[in-house]
Ligand binder design. Structure first.
Ligand code: TYD
Ligand code: MG
Length: 476
């Protein structure tokens, strides 16, 4: 008698991948609520014989780097973010809120590459090819090298990629690298792709992980560069698994407000370039355009000097940006006063409040404190400490700072102002934007004084000294 095996059901946490034989309201591993979904257990893989692969291990000195390993896309901000272009065979994961511009930017990248003669395959799993065509018309782009397909089945997509090999750009030139297939494949989005052999709906953790892993193997094997679009959960992580971030080479996130026109693209992981780099775009009628002068974006358009507002020169990746820090302190009507920050580090701000209370005698107990970096940018570096401290002190004393003053420095627990890196870049950017005075740490011995025309440099060694210079502590 043939025995039919009943499929075994398990419950998989969609947040961390933990498995449980029964449903639970809360995952035992990661503590997430309501994250377990029923899936069919995969059969255990059969043991295979150990055989040598086609490629043997090679000494490092004998490995020859192929030429043109990076392909610049021509979208300058995007290239800078990646460290100079898309690396052949690399996998990029692009995340962001719905409607923020993920499909738009990748279609722009694809069409730029296609116009440069590279072969690109855009797999649109969410929209029909007509909708993508409409978007391309908006972007005023057209190319025979850009192929579109609307498909969600992984096996079909892989077949398309393999079929490409025979008529790729390289094959036409008779290159031996022709097996590579298309130069770039975009999957929009990975959450919509499914593998028919696997149980579960598209987007479940098993599907997501298996489909992404298979595509990553294919990219590495054939030297095809791959861009995966991933959706973001309301907490801001790429939906479902952190594991997707581990298997790809580069993770880019769209930040910024969907309701504002400019968009920040941040590299949170980059195997071939620097992390913490950002690219700034503006969403216009014909797609995302690069912003020529981003420093102006993060300074509020105010006419008068207002208390609680300070501009700091901050380094984000390879770029220096001027960002306005705003603070507001107001009498609290609650037993526990509110402390809210946005765009700056919460713990550092709390430390600065304590330093202000103990070293300067500016106590904030009984007051609500709000601190905000203008324009939705994230300023995490300690060099912004002095700016945060001055903004809070200025709001508490209700005394504005002169408009053309800018300040930078790390604040220590005893109220001292410590040296910061790349001080000359910061001075230069402040000069360029027309600031007349910069307050910086005395400990910075590397200031290049020949370069400081038009801007007065005030060196300070403590927070107290700084407040004294700008006359915030005096009588109102
Ligand atoms: P989209 O790329 O579809 O977002 P995602 O793929 O991240 O969900 O972005 C669409 C938004 O951008 C939509 O609100 C319309 C707007 N947009 C423009 O303003 N100009 C344009 O040229 C395009 C193509 C879109
Ligand atoms: Mg989209």
């Amino acid at each position: 008698m043939v025995q039919i095996k009943k499929p075994k059901h398990i419950y998989v946490c969609q947040n961390c991948g933990a498995q449980s034989p029964k449903w639970l309201g809360r995952c035992n591993e990661c503590g997430e609520w309501n994250s377990l979904i029923e899936e069919t257990a995969l059969p255990l893989p059969k043991r295979t014989n150990l055989v040598l692969g086609a490629e043997k291990p090679l000494p490092l000195s004998q490995i020859k780097q192929p030429k043109n390993i990076r392909t610049p896309t021509g979208l300058l901000e995007f290239d800078r973010l990646l460290g100079g272009g898309i690396v052949k065979g690399s996998v990029i994961l692009l995340g962001g809120d719905p409607g923020i511009g993920k499909s738009t930017i990748l279609l722009q990248v694809c069409s730029k590459l296609a116009l440069n003669g590279l072969k690109v395959l855009y797999v649109s799993a969410e929209e029909s090819i007509f909708q993508t065509k409409m978007r391309a018309e908006r972007l005023k782009t057209n190319s025979d090298n850009l192929l579109l397909v609307s498909e969600t089945n992984l096996n079909t997509i892989i077949a398309y990629i393999n079929e490409f090999a025979s008529h790729s750009a390289l094959a036409e030139r008779g290159s031996p690298e022709a097996a590579g297939g298309p130069d770039l494949v975009v999957i929009d989005s990975i959450q919509m792709i499914y593998k028919s052999e696997l149980p579960g709906a598209p987007g479940t953790l098993t599907q997501l992980r298996e489909c992404a892993t298979e595509l990553v193997y294919l990219a590495k094997r054939q030297g095809v560069s791959l861009c995966l679009i991933g959706h973001v959960t309301k907490e801001g992580a790429i939906a479902g698994p952190k594991s997707l971030e581990h298997i790809v080479d580069t993770v880019l996130y769209f930040e910024g407000d969907r309701f504002q026109s400019f968009r920040i693209l941040r590299a949170v992981k980059n195997r071939f370039g620097s992390t913490n780099e950002i690219a700034i775009f503006e969403m216009q009628e014909s797609g995302l355009t690069e912003v020529a002068n981003p420093s102006g974006l993060f300074i509020s358009q105010r006419e008068e000097e207002t208390p609680g507002s300070v501009v700091v020169p901050t380094i984000i990746g390879t770029r220096t940006l001027l960002v306005e820090i705003q603070a507001l302190t107001a009498r609290s009507y609650y037993a526990t006063p509110a402390r809210r920050v946005s765009g700056v580090d919460f713990n550092r701000t709390m430390m600065i409040l304590a330093v202000l209370e103990r070293r300067i005698n500016l106590a904030s107990g009984g007051q609500d404190v709000f601190v905000n970096a203008v324009g939705g940018v994230q300023v995490d570096e300690p060099a912004a400490d002095l700016g945060i401290a001055l903004a809070i002190a200025s709001s508490m004393k209700n005394k504005p700072l002169p408009k053309k003053i800018i300040c930078v420095g790390e604040v220590g627990l005893s109220g001292e102002v410590r040296a910061v890196n790349q001080i000359n870049n910061r001075i230069k950017e402040a000069q360029r934007m027309g600031f007349k005075q910069i307050i910086l740490p005395k400990q910075n011995n590397d200031v290049n004084l020949t370069d400081t025309k038009g801007i007065t440099i005030s060196k300070v060694s403590s927070l107290y000294e700084t407040l004294d210079i700008i006359n915030i502590l005096g009588k109102q």
